[in-house]
Design a protein around this ligand. Structure first.
Ligand code: 3H9
Length: 695
């Protein structure tokens, strides 16, 4: 039973009860319809209240049911809303908190709506690549007016109920702290005898010169939507609320919904929605694992990374101390933090007062003794094992018992780092991505001795810092950088074989990446990869790399910071201009190594880069470094600019079909540097079984 039926005098109360957010799945719909019928059949009942148990009225349709027979099994959401709307006794929605998507559509099917202040009202379907498909696009404009409804539907952004008080959406918004259910029951009693019953469908949307407004909206939304089809379809559906009769509009909305729900973009967005939530679940770390309180933090190293990490803590209201070895470096780090906050204020994204509060939470020190009492310390020093060893031995000596010792290493062996301490259970990797105060990803590296409570604490911390925490096992480069290495190798080989940087970047950016590998290299600094490769040449002499990136660095072209990288840059301008020097160097290099340059198509470029990610991702999955394919997708969506509308590399491979991916890989394996293309056994196995990584 996922809705409860109770009688309160002459009012029946139907409580949606499908934790955690009362998603309107088949069982809930069935129970709700049964409740309405029971109330209608009982002569003693004069009115009906629908409410939700726990933390939501309803979070909407059950997204897990989409594209499954359950979504279309009667009673569908349409049927439920119809039954409510056709009720001969008044139905009142009692909205105490989250009321979203199908939940709001159900409320709009009721005759009356009573809400508590602070209830989050939204039609967020657009974020899942669909549109409200149970009447939302037709009914919301009828109560909020064209403009406000269109904004809510196209943006999907929640609006607090009290901000909508006074509109026809609500008949009553209760006072703060009032008993909402009691108020709704009292309201139902009051309106029990009123006929005819008010229905949203019978209202009209009046907007002078609506065509001009709709055309303006189409143009604006089209320009902003990029590869996402849903926003524009939302406008079309809302337009139907003005231009068509209610039932025709409903039918039109339904057609658009059915198209969108089957679209690859919507599937990718829904995948990302669940991927983000499941990433915080670790099978052997139960949800009730106690976490360590983190009320204070320290960062070792006040460089770009350390400063960015410190800002994360300050933004979350956690006081943080930056530790440096030299006063000058500390001053510089603190000044950069202040400058960053000030520029956010200038952009109007933060008030001066809030910025000052945050700046006040950051302090500096040169003395390890000053950070000893921090609940967590994050090391963000130079990426070199000797340097890490010195820091961790110090931390082990000074930090209070129970402090979490975290490393921001992006490639080094966390277990070795932990071995420098007598408390390896307290050591964990927290790999932030640059710029650390902006990027959403937090790669949480679990060492072989990391305590379960420490892992649970890091996952909880990621939420507090508004990051997407993804757990990785220990290996060279963890999930993200281990995969990107294969991508970068292919990018280098492409340059040797005939591509120029701008061609590779353009192809990958057209695929949807925020930035191609060479523009990215110039932004991050090509010297970083150079240092890593130098280490690899010694540690893994068998792995082949293109020399082009080394040659670039030998020319001193480290990227934007030196005014020249794969591209030329002009002072004060981040635009990348193709470089004659680099292009000539590439042509010469091909000649030197005896490779005849050829014309390479965009499809090959994209396949070689993306399938290199997929193939390495498959190994990472097979080795258990990532817990699930969707975790790898999350890493790439939130940390590496992989196009959201493609759902991440592993999901994308699933949509292409693993046998197709395998065939393409086999083709490249017979080409130049075919040694880089040994297919991952898991890819071969799943392809043979007709399965995907994500199912
Ligand atoms: C729709 O309604 C279509 C209709 O127009 C037409 C149909 C014909 N379904 O986010 P949280 C799960 S489309 C299934 O961590 P919070 C979620 O996976 C729907 N499951 O909590 C997670 O599961 P788990 C339109 C759902 O408190 C758990 O609930 N609605 C759904 O931070 C907790 O989630 C939306 O797009 C769902 N609809 O935030 C709303 N919603 O515990 C999407 C949540 O196993 N949901 N779950 O990991 C949200 O925005 C947030 O979840 C919400 C709660 C604000 C509700």
């Amino acid at each position: 039973m996922s809705a409860e039926y109770q009688v309160n005098g002459s009012v029946a109360v139907i409580t949606l009860a499908n934790p955690p957010v009362n998603g309107l799945g088949l069982a809930t719909r069935t129970a709700a319809v049964a409740g309405i019928k029971q109330a209608l059949a009982d002569d003693a009942i004069k009115a009906i209240v629908i409410t939700g148990a726990g933390k939501a009225f309803s979070g909407g349709a059950d997204i897990k049911e989409f594209n499954s027979p359950k979504a279309l099994t009667e009673p569908t959401l349409h049927t439920l809303i119809n039954v409510v709307e056709q009720s001969t006794k008044p139905v009142v929605a009692a909205i105490h908190s989250v009321c979203m998507g199908g939940g709001l559509e159900l409320a709009l099917g009721c005759n009356y709506r009573v809400a508590a202040p602070g209830a989050q009202m939204a039609l967020p379907e657009v974020k899942l690549g669909i549109l409200p498909g149970a009447g939302g696009t037709q009914r919301l404009p009828r109560v909020l007016g064209l403009e406000m409804a269109l904004n809510m539907i196209v943006s999907g952004t929640p609006v607090a109920s009290e901000k909508l008080a006074g509109t026809a959406l609500f008949d009553e918004v209760t006072a703060p702290g009032a008993d909402l259910l009691a108020a709704a029951v009292a309201f139902a009693g009051k309106v029990a005898g009123i006929r005819p019953l008010p229905k949203v469908r019978e209202r009209t949307v009046d907007y002078p010169d609506h065509e001009a407004f709709l055309q303006f909206s189409r143009n604006t939304v089209k320009a902003m939507a990029g590869p996402f089809p849903a926003p524009l379809q939302c406008v079309e559906a809302v337009a139907a609320a003005v231009t068509m009769k209610f039932d025709d509009g409903l039918k039109f909305e339904r057609e658009l919904f059915m198209q969108l729900v089957q679209s690859p973009v919507s599937k990718a967005l829904r995948h990302a929605f669940f991927a983000e939530r499941v990433a915080s679940k670790v099978p052997d770390v139960p949800a009730d694992t106690p976490v360590r309180a983190i009320a204070s933090a320290a960062i070792v190293g006040a460089g770009t990374m350390g400063g960015g990490i410190a800002m994360n803590f300050a933004n979350a209201g956690i006081p943080v101390k930056l530790l440096e070895t030299q006063q000058a470096a500390l001053d510089k780090g603190l000044a950069t933090i202040r400058k960053n906050y000030e520029s956010t204020v200038k952009k109007g994204k933060l008030t001066q007062e809030k910025a000052e509060q945050r700046i006040a939470l950051v302090s500096g020190t040169l003395d390890y003794a000053d950070i000893a009492q921090a609940d967590i310390v994050v090391e963000a020093v130079f990426e070199e094992m000797g340097v890490k060893e010195a820091v961790f031995r110090q931390l082990d000596a000074v930090m209070k018992p129970g402090a979490i010792l975290a490393s921001n290493t992006s490639t080094l062996d966390l277990d070795q780092i932990a071995s420098f301490t007598k408390r390896p259970q307290d050591v964990i990797g927290t790999h932030f991505f640059s710029p650390a105060n902006v990027m959403k990803l937090l790669e949480i590296v679990r060492g072989k001795e990391t305590g379960k409570d420490v892992l649970a604490s890091a996952l909880a911390l990621s939420k507090k810092l508004k990051k997407t925490g993804v757990v990785s096992g220990v290996c060279d480069g963890f999930i993200g950088n281990r995969m990107i290495e294969q991508y970068s190798r292919q990018a280098g080989f492409l340059l040797e074989e005939g591509c120029l940087p701008e061609q590779v970047d353009k192809a990958v950016e057209q695929f949807g990446f925020a930035m191609g590998p060479f523009r990215m290299g110039d932004l991050a600094g090509n010297d970083i990869g150079w240092a890593i490769r130098k280490r690899r040449y010694v540690q893994k002499p068998d792995v082949t790399y293109s020399k082009t990136a080394d040659l670039l660095c030998e020319l001193g072209r480290y990227g934007q910071k030196t005014g020249a990288g794969w591209y030329d840059y002009k002072p004060g301008d981040r635009k990348a201009y193709p470089s004659e020097q680099v292009n000539a160097m590439l042509v010469q290099h091909s000649q030197d190594i005896g490779v005849e340059r050829r014309k390479i198509g965009d499809q090959e470029i994209v396949e070689r880069l993306v399938y290199a990610l997929v193939n390495e991702g498959a190994r990472i999955l097979e080795e258990g470094i990532a817990l699930r394919a969707s975790d790898i997708d999350m890493v790439y969506l939130t940390g590496y600019g992989f196009p959201l509308f493609r759902g991440g590399p592993m999901f994308y491979a699933d949509t292409v079909g693993l046998p197709n991916v395998q065939d393409a890989i086999a083709g490249y394996a017979s080409g130049r540097h075919g040694e880089a293309w040994t297919p991952a056994p898991l890819l071969v196995k799943l392809a043979a079984e007709g399965k995907g990584f994500n199912n």
